[in-house]
Each structure stands twice: as structure tokens, then as C-alpha cells.
Design a binder for this molecule. Sequence first.
Ligand code: GDP
Length: 389
Amino acid sequence: MDPILLTVIVVAAVVLVGGGLALVLSRRGDALPPPDVLDEITRETIDHPEHPEPHLASDDEEAPFEEVPADERPGATSTLERPDASQGRLVRLRSRLARSNSSLGRGLLAVLGRSTLDDEAWEELEDTLLAADVGVKPTTELVERLRTRVRVEGIDDPEAARSVLREELIAAIGPDRDRALAATGADGKPGVVLVVGVNGTGKTTTVGRIARVLVADDRSVLLGAADTFRAAAADQLQTWGERVGVPTVRGPEGGDPASVGFEAVQRGIADGVDVVLLDTAGRLHTKAGLMDELGKVKRVVEKQAPVTEVLLVIDATTGQNGLAQARVFGEVVDVTGIVLTKLDGTAKGGIVIAVQNELGVPVKFVGLGEGADDLAPFDAAEFVDALLS
Ligand code: GDP
């Protein structure tokens, strides 16, 4: 080929390729926002996890429900949290329990440590138990048993008195009650846990924390936001789920809570999950009609699968009010377990005994702080040891 022609062709090719490349690069530069704007977008995504990327629509386009997958966002799985193992949490959180209940433990030990236990001392012991929300009937029974044992066994030194007190407190709480979460379904269906309680007691937080306990135990979980009165409650629940890769089924704001429960369990069955946790609306206890609604949620859900556990959440700091709530909820749904939250913030640990006595069902979990894993499976002996430490 003519060398001049060859040179012309090479130069033309370089100009063409170079120009094209420059054009592409400049276009791409236009498309990308400056770095500070990018930072802003990233920050928004992180700061507002309640607005995740596209929701996975329901199978039926018309259905008002949506299952919000927890791991749809790119890279979401790499940021999932690993919840603490649930075993040994009560021991780990013992110092908080001991701190919050110290006045009860100290008060009891101070009286029992006296050289003579006269009527006045026993009355004082009774007052200490009552002040700690143990309740009249359990207090009377406990004091009676302690008095009898101290007399019959001739107990006259503080160490022996302490050990009798420990034994009797554990007996009053019930060391042999089954406190395991009933979260195993039958016939290949998921376990269904209905979480009820008055707003503000820590219900949604409890659902989120139980999801973490289950995830830590390698169980697959689906959340149902049956508190449709407050959009914020559903957002809050969804955020808890997203942190550990658990999807949430939610319905339209103001929609029928029973429908959301139904839909969530239906999805749980279809997806083959181990446990469906249902959060419910909690401003119910004053209105009979709304309480009936809670009964309806359970009935409707049970068209899909039996509810294996109804957990009532009670704020330990509310004392007698909490017990009144327990009574009302107990009449509407068959409560099978109790979660006592905020035990870190009260010196009234006696409510453990009172509420069990009131409802005849065991305390299964206690909340001991605001952290994501500050929910501990309850154990009578560990609790009493914390009380008396
Ligand atoms: P809900 O309205 O019943 O769903 O209550 P939330 O789950 O929104 O909780 C209400 C408040 O109680 C939140 O600020 C929680 O962080 C707080 N809370 C829940 N459990 C505990 C606990 O065990 N200890 C403490 N200190 N705070 C708790």
C-alpha cells in the first residue's frame, strides 16, 4: 500500500477512536452527579431504611398487601447484623437486673438477717414484697412459707435465712414452668406467634428482638405488621426485619389488621418459613369493640394455621396498671406467655410473680435495656440470684 495513503488511514483512525472515546467519557461525566451529591444520596438511603428500594409486590397485582423483602437492596446481605446468641443473656444482663431490683433483694436480706425475727420484722418483710409489686396473695403465701420454715428448721443465721429465701422465691416464680417460646408449627406449617399489649409497652421492639433471637437460632422468620393504625409501627417493624434479613408483610394504613395477619401467615406457609411473628395494634384495652378485634385477628389467622403462642407484653414500670392490662387482655385472647419489658428501669421486679399469679401463664422473656439484643429468655433461678446478689 502507498505509504502516504497508509499514514492518512492511520491518522484518520486515531482521530475517530480518540474523538469517540472523549465523547463517551464526557457524556458519562455529565450523567454522574458530583461526588458530594453522591454522598448525599448514599446518606439518604442509609438514614431512611424505612423507604427501601422497590417492594416485592404481592402475587396478586390487585392485593393491597405487600411483602417487603429484607434483602432486595444490592449489598443488603453484606450489612446484615448477627444477633447475639440467646443463651446466657440473662446472666450477661444480670448486673442491670441486680441494679434495678437491688432495693427488693437488699430489703429482704436486711430483714431476714436480723437476730430476732419478731412479728414486726415479718410485717416489714411483707411491706417490702408489696412495695416491689409482688401482689397481696403471693406475698401472704411467701411470708407464710418463710415463717414456717424459719420456725420449723430453727434457722437463726443470715446465710441459712438467705438460702431459704432464695429457695422460696424460686418456688414462687416456678422453676419448672415451660418457658420456651412455642414457635414450632405442625403439619409443615409455620409456628405463629401473636404479640399483644398496650402501645408503648415495647411490643414492636419485642417482635423485632424475638425475630433476632430466632434468626440467631437459625430459624427462618416472617413478620406481619398487623398494627395498621400507625404507619410508623409498620415502618419500625420493617426496619427491625431488614437488619437481620427478615421480610415484613404489611397492609394499607387503617386497613383490617385481621387481613394482614391472614395474609402474613398465608405467605409464611407459601414461603415455607419456620415462624410468623405478628405485631398487633395496642391501643385497645379501654374499648370493648377494639378488644374484640384482637380476638378476630386470632380467629381469622387460625383459618390458615393455629396460633402457637400469644405473648402479652407488659411494661414492668407500670405496676398495678400493667396487671390491670394483663387481666383485660387475658379475657380476650388466651395469653400463653408474658414478656416483661423495662425491667432495667424499675425496682419492682416483684411484678414477675404478680403477673404470673394473675394470668396463670409464665413469663418467657424479660427486656433489660434498649439495645437490639437486650431481651433475655427468663429463668427463675437466674432471676432470683440476680435479685439477691
Ligand atoms: P409499642 O408501642 O408497644 O410497640 O412500643 P415500642 O416497641 O415502640 O417501644 C416503646 C419504647 O420502649 C421504645 O423507646 C423502646 O426502646 C422502649 N423499650 C422497649 N423495651 C425496653 C426495655 O426492656 N428496656 C428499656 N429501657 N426500654 C425499652
